[in-house]
Design a protein. Sequence first.
Length: 291
Amino acid sequence: MADHERGGSGRSGPIAAVCATLAVCLLLTGGVVYTVDRISSNLGGWDASAPVGEITDGSIQTPPAADLTGPPTSPDVVAEGGAREAAGGAGADDGADEQQNPGAGVARPTAEWLDEVSEATRIPRRALEGYASAQLSMEERQPSCRLSWPTLAGIGYVESRHGTYGGGEIGPDGATTVDIIGIPLDGGNNTRAIADTDGGELDGDDVWDRAVGPMQFIPGTWARWGTALEGRVADPQSIDDAALSAARYLCDGGRDLTVAADWESAMLEYNESRTYLADVLAYAHAYADAA
């Protein structure tokens, strides 16, 4: 995820070895070594793979790889109260370099929209609220990025099954009921060794860093990109904060995520794996199509 190299999860999703095409053969899968530099989603021995077409809890059937010719569409989100003024000025692109806490009054999707889209996509309602709220926030902060909630949902599914890894779920307040903490990034399991950077504050490990939260940030990346959706201390175990932080990272560098090359670049910076990119793309398209 955001400038995070994942802990090299060995999962390949329901489209293992897929060869999806983003514009000019954007996805070329092959032997990939997962690296960890930013965020890691290798959560112990967890294997999220499932046969193509098999729908498991929180999953969705993905479209044929040959149909994936570009980034997912960006379905509209119906916000509570309609359009609102952005804190600090509507429509202003920030440089996506500094942490920002927009404070109270952030845009949220309506209950009706959440009910309808959650049922259609099978994304847990509270997780969907986090992804959609991040899209609404970025429409105000950095509209030129054109980030879509299906992209965040694709990442959230591949990373943590929308915050349900480990038997927990995302609670009403947006926080995971069971902290999601990855394996030590000690150079094993196809990870890059990353010595502890936070004294174990976020991941409980004062020797090695570990990826944390439903969007799997490593502490060093969280220190730069961690952003609270509402005015408080940002929490990587909160889907609201994690989704917004991931969105800001993906939009860094002036990317337009409706452009194939920019979308690909963002995913590969989130995780340097073509297989990961293909998995996220397939789920993002499936969610956008279902919505």
